[in-house]
Design a protein around this ligand. Structure first.
Ligand SMILES: [Zn+2]
Length: 204
């Protein structure tokens, strides 16, 4: 968990790679379904283009389908985003399995807004970087050569809406996990490397 542009996607992918487990970004998957013009994608788009969260049942269905395929552990990015999603996840998972950890990345809002304005994403794979890195690579993805673009929901007005929704809906999720001793808080300021080291030491 983390506010928009807190770096949770980058850290989540690195963690999954380091642990050899699966990674799902629900936001990224929904954007892909929008591009592919699936039924779920068309429905999700009506919410995302207004800077709103996608309804729980849509996202829970997506995660449920995906968890069935991920047997060697997983990192979920962008889910659970509401307390009712967190309760739903606890119902899906084995109640005896106490290995679930929730991570909250902490970054102040001025720094977040600065990051959102400069964020660029690959249209083909899950690479995310900033405008400086994008111009260094000539607008092409350093990972797969795909076209780098601004995410359609990365405009300042939508950022502020998403930040407010994060505070209203997702911070209570952090409290939900904190109350059951499953929350790890990681400071998200600094280089990717520094944040990743903090993440790993929290998890070890
Ligand atoms: Zn790429």
């Amino acid at each position: 968990m983390g506010p928009p542009a807190s770096g949770k996607g980058t850290q989540g992918r690195r963690l999954a790679e380091a642990q050899g487990c699966a990674y799902l970004s629900t936001g990224r998957q929904l954007r892909k379904e929008i591009e592919d013009d699936t039924r779920r994608g068309r429905l999700a788009e009506t919410f995302l283009e207004k800077g709103q969260y996608v309804p729980d049942h849509l996202v829970v269905d997506l995660v449920n389908e995906w968890l069935d395929q991920a047997s060697r552990g997983w990192v979920l990015d962008g889910f659970p985003r509401t307390v009712s999603q967190a309760e739903e996840l606890d119902r899906i998972l084995d109640p005896e399995d106490s290995s679930l950890r929730a991570v909250l990345f902490d970054v102040d809002s001025d720094e977040l807004e600065r990051r959102v304005i400069g964020r660029r994403e690959c249209g083909e794979c899950s690479w995310t970087g900033n405008v400086t890195e994008a111009s260094e690579s000539g607008g092409k993805c350093p990972s797969c050569g795909g076209q780098l673009q601004r995410r359609f929901d990365d405009i300042p007005e939508n950022f502020r809406k998403r930040l407010k929704e994060f505070q209203d809906l997702t911070l209570p999720v952090a409290s939900y996990y904190e109350s059951s001793g499953r929350l790890l808080k990681v400071c998200g300021v600094g280089t990717q490397e520094q944040v990743f080291e903090r993440l790993q030491s929290e998890l070890s």
